[in-house]
Design a binder for this molecule. Sequence first.
Ligand SMILES: Cc1ncc(COP(=O)(O)O)c(C=O)c1O
Length: 473
Amino acid sequence: MTRATRPERRIDAQTLWRKDHDHLIHPFTHFPTFEKEGALVIEKGEGAYVFDVEGRRYMDGIAGIWCVNIGHGNEEIAARIADQARRLAFFNTFTDTTNPPAAELAAELARLAPSHLNRVFFDTGGSAANDTTVRTLHFYFNRLGKPRKKKLISRINAYHGSSYLTMALTGKVEDHTGFDLPKDLVHYVSCPDPYRRPDGVSLEAYCDQLVVELEQKILELGPENVAAFFAEPIMGAGGVIVPPPGYHRRTQEVCRRHDVLTVSDEVVTAFGRLGHMFSSEAAFGLEPDVITCAKGLTSGYVPLGASLFSDQIYDVISSTGPEPDADTGWFNHGFTYSGHALCCAAALANIEIIERDGICEHVREVGPYFEKRLASLEDLPLVGNVRGSHFMLCVESVADKRTKELLPASVGIGKRIADHCEQRGLIVRPMGHLNVISPPLILSREQIDELVDILGASIRATADDLVREGLWH
Ligand SMILES: Cc1ncc(COP(=O)(O)O)c(C=O)c1O
């Protein structure tokens, strides 16, 4: 029975469901399915669990959506947000004014980030952070007297946001369907997907090919026209793609050779998900010119993003040139909520909790166990690949393990598995033939077992359904 017609819902649950169904436009929604099923109303969260409006408990296998790193219902962060709201929720940072949490947080991020990234611009989320970065890098090259250096290189399957500009950076071409994009601004190179690399090619040779492809793309566009290369350390929404070893270091070398800046989009990978506050340098040996972050910065308690710029970029954008006059020295960019006091206070509390409770250490300790337990699902006939790192993981379903052939999209395999998980009290994210697992970082080993057991049972149940329906054998 679809959610639309479940008779057991209490009246207030039904009413809420109806209000949402009739009025709220959800992001990234398949309208015909939504029309039939509506949305699960999540009403409360505690630690690694959330509860729907009818009181059913689910393990949150996706941390809200890659966000709630310290877990739900944390009293400490709630109290800090409330204190800040009472003291000063908001005052702008435009008119030569600032506020204590914004100043403190900028300094904290400079402390935590690689040592050359000391200048922080606050945004309202991840898309805005990437938007800010593009505008700022264009400004930077204008300042350097290189106004043609504007093109951006991204990767197929990358996800960098959903604003007009960042959806162009997003290389999930299926997400572009029916929308417009800015013309000739963003160019794409291949997704570095070891599982789907060409047959018979070693990981090393595959990495060589990807590095050569990037260099060729820069040369084809003309290095004098290319501003920056955007990359997530591990692709998230594109399918939790861990690139081959050395990929980030080597693509950075190519970029440096051609005066192309590197932007590491750490919207998902920062604040503990891979066991480090920032993972670019700590996990991948990358020294990007810019890091963008959001989500885990406040553990999703309130919206906030940030763009962290190198000293070198700041020196250029803030320079007034040899003969400063009234027209130079201005940086005309910003959002009303840049440096929002309440959001920055939440981030400060969140960082304190992550550090004090040793959450990065916990992720580094239990992450390999999580990877190993989840990898055991590769024994199931429907599972082609289990991949990811620490608390950023994914299961890829296939019709045929040997050929890696996919089931037809109409089967909706990821959604079927997610629905079975939901019935068993676990939320995982379906994405086509993938199921993404990215829970709060506080999961114990026992809770990891619980998650993997439910997911395994759900995949087995889905396989039985497919056989029964004649969709798979
Ligand atoms: C890597 C990455 N960058 C950027 C974004 C966009 O962030 P937001 O949805 O906060 O705008 C996301 C969102 O999932 C993301 O995963």
